[in-house]
Structure formats: C-alpha cells, structure tokens
Ligand binder design. Structure first.
Ligand SMILES: *[C@@H]1O[C@H](CO)[C@@H](O)[C@H](O)[C@H]1NC(C)=O
Ligand SMILES: *[C@@H]1O[C@H](CO)[C@@H](O)[C@H](O)[C@H]1NC(C)=O
Ligand SMILES: *[C@@H]1O[C@H](CO)[C@@H](O)[C@H](O)[C@H]1NC(C)=O
Ligand SMILES: *[C@@H]1O[C@H](CO)[C@@H](O)[C@H](O)[C@H]1NC(C)=O
Ligand SMILES: *[C@@H]1O[C@H](CO)[C@@H](O)[C@H](O)[C@H]1NC(C)=O
Length: 459
C-alpha cells in the first residue's frame, strides 16, 4: 500500500516536472479552416453517399413483389461546417439522389432531395491526439420529384418507394459519415508522429488537453518534445506561467493561428547546440578567397606569428558554441545572441593543428522567421558589430585593434552562411500528414511568435 502510494506520488512529481519543462504551442483553427474542409470534403462525402439501397418489397394484389432500387447519382450540392461551442463541429449537407426503381413494365426515376445533419464531437485522447466522433446524425428526406410525367398510380408507388428509401438510407448515410470521420481520426493521429529536425534529432507534437471550442474557433494546446539521439531535451521553464495565446492574436480571417512559445525556441537552440550542429570550422587554404587568413597576413599584425612561421601557412578558425544561443522575442523584433569561442590554428600539411590564440566572441544576429510547407525557417543577418576578447595566446601579446577587422571579416560570412543553412532547414510545425501551411505570415510578439496561415491539403 505504502509502496503504491509512493509510486503514485513519484509519478505525480515526474509528470509535474516533465510538463513544466516542455514547450507548448497553441493551434487555433478559425472558421476559414472549416470552409476549406467543407470544400475539400465535398468529393469524398459525395462518393461515400453513393450507397446501395435494398430491394423494395411491396404487396401487389396477393403476391409480395420485390423491386430493385438503385441510386444512379448522389449529388452533394451543399456542405456546410460550423463550430458548436463546447462540442465540436456541425455538418449539414444537402444532396439530391437520383434513384431508379426497376418496376415492371417500365422503370421509374425519382429525384430525392436529402438533408443530412451530423454533430461531430471533438475530444482529446490521452495519447495526444484529437478524436472525432458522431454525437448526433440524422437525415431528412424531402418529397421526391419525378423527372418524367406522372400519374396517380405512379404517385402512390412513389410515396411507398420514398418511405422505403428513407427507412433504408437514414442509417446507412450516417454510417458512411461515421466512416469518413474514422478515416479523419487516423489522419489526425499523424500529428504525434516523430518529424526529423536534423540527422539525429526529431520533434513530436501532441495535444495535451481537451480543445476549447467556441462558435468562432477551436483552440488546441499542443506540447512539443524535441529529441536528440532519442532523448528528450528538457529545459526549466522561464517564469511559472504556462503559455497562453491571447485570443486576439493573429489574423482572424486566416484558417489557422499558431502560437509558439519562447520555450520552444530555447529548446530548439539547446538541441542544436548539444548536437554540435552550431559549431563550424572555417578552413583556410593558401590563396583561398573563403578564408584569406594565413600566417603571413597575421604575421604583419602579430610579430610573433611572423617569427614562428617564416613560410606562409594556412590558418583555420574553429568556432565552437559552448554556450546555447539566446533567442529574444520582442514585438516585431527577434534576435539571436551567440557567444562563440574561436580557436585560431595553423594547419600545416604534415603536422597537427597548432593553436595560435583563442578568442571569446559576442555576436548579435537579427532573426527573420518565415514559414514554408509545414516548417518554420529562419534567416539571420548581423546586428551591430562583433565583440572579441583574447582568451589564450601562444603568440605573445595581441593588439586587438590590429587583429579585430581581419578576424571579424573572416568569421562573419561563414558564420551567417552556416546559421542560415541550419535555420533554413527549419523545424516542423504542428501538422498532420500531407497538410501544408500556405500564405503564412509570421509575427513576433513579446515572448512568443504567432503564425497566421492558410492550409493546403496535398493528396
Ligand atoms: C435538387 O432537387 C431539388 C428538388 O427536386 C431541385 O429543386 C434542385 O434544383 C436540385 N438541385 C440540384 C443541384 O440538382
Ligand atoms: C399511369 O402510369 C402507369 C405506370 O407508368 C401506367 O401503367 C398507366 O397506364 C398510367 N395511367 C395513365 C392514366 O396514364
Ligand atoms: C595570404 O593572405 C593574403 C591576404 O588574403 C593574400 O594576399 C596572400 O596571397 C596570402 N598568401 C599566401 C601565400 O597565400
Ligand atoms: C509591428 O509591426 C506591425 C506591422 O508592420 C505594426 O503595425 C506595429 O505597429 C508594429 N509594432 C511595434 C510596436 O512596432
Ligand atoms: C531589435 O532589438 C535589438 C535589441 O534587442 C535592437 O538592437 C535592434 O535595433 C532592434 N531592431 C529593430 C528593427 O527594432
């Protein structure tokens, strides 16, 4: 008993610790998203409504006659979806069925208008996905029309046939809708799949609570877990407030509004830093344009270098980010602060690298964010100058005024190229299989980023 209790307590603590340190994003679907779903959902729903009708049994004098009834065409001419606060989504559809009744001597065609209504309850499953289910469904059969001229005998038959079709179809149509909703659940489940970020890193999103549904939108809190070599990246949360996306954020007319907390950026940068992806080596060859640094060049500024290396030798810069870059999100302004450690080494063809001196560097970068496909990407540019200070030197005293412009020039472009390549690969946003973000606008707010975007489903 005591064991079970302490195990329970341990689990509670563990869950509390883990949830406090995992970044959260908010995904809000607006009315425009439902309009899009109703657009792309028309064709599959219309196909699904093409069901088979069982034979029509009726008494003709003393004998029971069986007449075949077939749906020739189901034409969905209206599909409308709207949010129902606290529940989910209401589907209303209007369909015209063209039905053929194979009566003797000649068959009869009927035009049968049907209104379909289904309430789809949106719930949350503890594995981290949304789960849809039909809570109400019914169909309303309106009086059938007959394209061909009719007389009273066929009108009587028409009423009987209509009654038969109504009884036969009302369940079948709802079952078909339910089948589509099940397919959608499978699709929604792909949210929690692992998406690669780099060669050894992944991100996984999962829904952490029941969605909030109003008549205007549905909002879902989504947790992001970044993995490096299969291990989650955990960071203590700055401050104690959980991330909340102000409901006024973003463009209400956009299909979706996604809010990404500062914590996600912190974790992503920590992951890149831990993976060593941020480090770079600026290798020099003699007469190289990429790295114009060589010992004869440095020797003009640092006499000891000229003394130690009378023959010109290439110079290598080893740039290591031992401290995690810091992303700062202010209104309309996102920046990255880096503190690289640079080792300046000579690379002679036959001997090991030899350290000339090392530097602590401070660089600020402007971070421009954009979205393409379902990824958030970044580009950087220099923000102000580079600050350099010598840490160690094997070449005597270094006059920073002399060396500054050479080192900062050699270092800036490769650093920006490296960061732009890395951040340009981007990090997956919460999405499901084949769903892309289109026409996205990214805005930076105080402590979080908001993406207003359209969605496009690509089969
Ligand atoms: C559907 O049927 C109704 C009633 O028969 C008719 O008025 C309407 O034009 C039809 N709509 C389409 C799109 O076929
Ligand atoms: C009415 O329709 C039925 C079936 O098509 C046909 O057998 C019958 O002759 C028709 N009666 C008249 C008066 O047109
Ligand atoms: C050393 O670097 C300078 C400046 O980039 C260049 O002009 C010179 O040709 C280089 N020397 C050698 C031997 O590569
Ligand atoms: C941020 O940018 C938007 C759009 O460019 C502008 O409307 C807004 O006033 C800016 N906010 C601040 C605080 O600069
Ligand atoms: C962004 O903020 C940084 C400081 O955090 C500042 O130096 C820079 O000028 C700002 N940029 C813009 C475009 O406001």
């Amino acid at each position: 008993m005591a064991g079970a209790c302490s195990l329970g307590l341990l689990l509670v603590l563990l869950v509390a610790v883990v949830s406090a340190s995992l970044p959260v994003a908010v995904v809000r679907l607006n009315k425009a998203a439902l309009n899009y779903v109703s657009d792309i959902g028309k064709a599959p729903l219309q196909r699904a409504l093409q069901v088979t009708v069982s034979d029509f049994l009726h008494r003709s004098g003393e004998v029971l006659q069986s007449t075949r009834v077939q749906i020739l065409d189901a034409r969905l001419h209206r599909l409308h979806l709207k949010f129902i606060a606290g529940l989910g989504v209401r589907l209303t559809a209007a369909t015209n069925f063209t039905v053929k009744v194979f009566r003797v001597p000649e068959p009869m065609e009927l035009m049968l208008p049907v209104a379909l209504l289904a309430d789809v309850h949106v719930a949350w499953d503890s594995i981290g996905t949304l789960v849809l289910s039909i809570s109400t469904c019914y169909s309303l059969f309106r009086p059938a029309g007959m394209p061909d001229s009719s007389n009273s005998t066929s009108q009587e038959l028409r009423d009987l046939v209509q009654e038969h079709i109504g009884a036969d179809l009302s369940n079948k149509l709802c079952l078909q809708v339910s089948g589509l909703v099940q397919d959608l659940n499978v699709h929604l489940g792909t949210l929690i799949g692992l998406t690669p970020v780099g060669p050894e890193s992944q991100i996984r999103y999962s829904v952490i609570s029941a969605p909030t549904i109003t008549s205007n939108y549905m909002s879902v809190d989504v947790r992001a877990i970044l993995f490096l070599l299969g291990k989650p990246i955990l960071l203590p949360l700055h401050g104690s407030h959980p991330f909340v996306l102000p409901w006024t954020s973003g463009d209400e007319g956009a299909m979706t509004t996604v809010g990404l907390s500062q914590h996600l950026f912190d974790c992503a940068l920590l992951m890149l830093q831990k993976a060593g992806s941020l480090n770079l080596e600026i290798t020099g060859q003699l007469n190289s344009k990429n790295n114009p640094l060589n010992t004869s060049m440095l020797g003009q500024l640092i006499p000891e270098v000229a003394h130690q290396f009378p023959e010109p030798m290439p110079v290598v810069l080893k740039v290591q980010l031992s401290a995690t870059p810091v992303a700062t999100l202010h209104t309309n302004n996102s920046t990255l602060q880096l503190q690289p450690f640079i080792e300046v080494l000579t690379a002679s063809p036959n001997s090991a690298l030899q350290l000339l001196f090392s530097l602590d560097v401070m660089v600020n970068l402007n971070l421009q964010l954009s979205v393409s496909k379902a990824k958030l990407r970044g580009t950087t540019s220099m923000l102000g100058g580079v600050q350099l200070s010598v840490v160690t030197s094997n070449v005597g005293a270094i006059d920073m005024d002399q060396v500054y412009s050479l080192i900062s020039t050699v270092f800036q472009k490769p650093l920006l190229d490296h960061f732009n390549a890395l951040l340009g690969m981007g990090i997956a946003l919460p999405s499901v299989l084949n769903l892309h973000y289109v026409h996205s606008e990214v805005s930076v707010c105080e402590g979080y980023v908001v993406i207003s975007s359209g969605l496009a489903y690509q089969h």
